[in-house]
Design a protein around this ligand. Structure first.
Ligand code: ASP
Length: 368
């Protein structure tokens, strides 16, 4: 028999101090979404307009897959959301590569695209994969050719602001390369000419952090008749290695639905989710009787427990990243959970669109 080391015991004790109190035998926590019944749409917090649109469409008789994709399209079209579609942050070469998937409960069919360039609405392309092909996932050049065949127009998805953010990251990446970091450049001796239309972009970029950034939009919906669909769309991790695919377009990881049980989706560190297939797990847990919030929390706890790499763990038992889950159940109950306290998600039902607090694994907010 092996005995835990002193370090293991210390880490476990300190983890107990920061972990949420989901202990066996304790009264079940109640969450506002537990009691909800009927049509509802749930999304990541940046998807508030998506839930409003998807709810309008499901209550107007649209297929739930069209509803969630049209909801997500609003976020994909918004250049100010740098996590998805037009204006998404690019890969390490400065090229925007998008991932998306849609799952349709009534047919239990899915469609997805990954590493798609030049098309601002990957979720719509994914819906064409679902409806018009025998395949589930198209990637890269093949996905782009398919999108062209479906009539999608190509465009440059990099905005002036995301180009400048990429440039700032690239220049400050290393002192060993030939690009000068901000603090390696000499001050000019006079005014520097900046084209007027670029001035605002430059100023904004100076204020933004240059670390890797994540972000995604997820939206799930259930119709008044109880049919379910779910969609996740993203530009993925900023400055990623070209060709990197995260969890968002992978069915069972970033998105999953079962018309008899419910739907789930995720945003946050895709690599952590890919190794745990959390969306599939959340739907399975709801099928075994958990509420959406309990199921999201359990999946989040498993991600923490399965994080073994030292570079991703902190001495206090927490981890160095975040992951967020969103779920709805066949009866209309909904919920969400994150690793860190203070997270939220969007929901729209008969009371309108609003932001709800998410449950969390850790009882503390993410460190700065
Ligand atoms: N999950 C996305 C990915 O890993 C990114 C995110 O949601 O922040 O590609």
């Amino acid at each position: 028999m092996t005995h835990p080391s002193r370090r293991d015991l210390l880490v476990a004790a300190s983890a107990a101090a920061v972990l949420g109190r989901g202990v066996v035998g304790a009264p079940r926590p109640r969450h506002t979404g537990d009691a909800h019944r009927g049509a509802v749409c749930v999304a990541s917090a940046n998807g508030l307009p998506a839930t409003r649109r998807a709810y309008e469409l499901v209550t107007d008789g649209y297929d739930p897959a069209d509803a969630v994709v049209q909801g997500v399209r609003i976020i994909e079209d918004d250049p100010s959301d740098t996590s998805v579609g037009l204006g998404g942050l690019p890969n390490e070469d400065g090229i925007v590569e998008l991932d998306a998937c849609v799952m349709h409960g009534p047919t239990h069919k899915c469609g997805a695209v990954a590493s798609l360039q030049n098309i601002r609405n990957p979720a719509m392309v994914a819906l064409h994969v679902l409806r018009r092909t025998d395949h589930c996932l198209l990637v890269g050049e093949g996905a782009l050719r398919f999108a062209r065949q479906m009539g999608f127009q190509e465009e440059n998805l990099l905005t002036e602001s995301t180009r400048l953010e990429w440039l700032k990251w690239r220049e400050n990446m290393s002192r060993e390369d030939d690009r000068l970091n901000d603090d390696e450049r000499d001050e000019p001796v006079g005014k520097v000419w900046v084209d007027p239309d670029r001035r605002a972009g430059l100023d904004r970029v100076r204020a933004r952090p240059i670390q890797h950034q994540t972000g995604t939009v997820h939206c799930s919906a259930i119709t008044p008749a109880g049919d379910i669909a779910s969609c996740t769309s993203t530009s993925g991790l900023s400055w990623k290695i070209p060709g990197r695919v995260g969890d968002s377009p992978i069915i069972g990881a970033g998105n999953y639905c079962d018309n008899n049980i419910g739907a789930a989706g995720s945003t946050g560190r895709g690599e952590a989710n890919l190794a745990n297939l959390s969306s599939f797990l959340i739907v399975e847990l709801m099928g075994r009787g958990m509420t959406p919030t309990e199921a999201c929390l359990e999946a989040a706890r498993r991600v923490v427990a399965n994080t073994k790499e030292h570079r991703l763990r902190r001495a206090d038992g927490t981890v160095t990243f975040d992951l967020k889950f969103y779920a709805l159940r066949k009866d209309g109950a909904f919920g969400g959970a994150t690793l860190w306290k203070g997270g939220s998600f969007a929901v729209c039902d008969e009371r309108g669109a609003r932001i709800e607090p998410a449950a969390s694994v850790f009882d503390i907010a993410a460190p700065e």
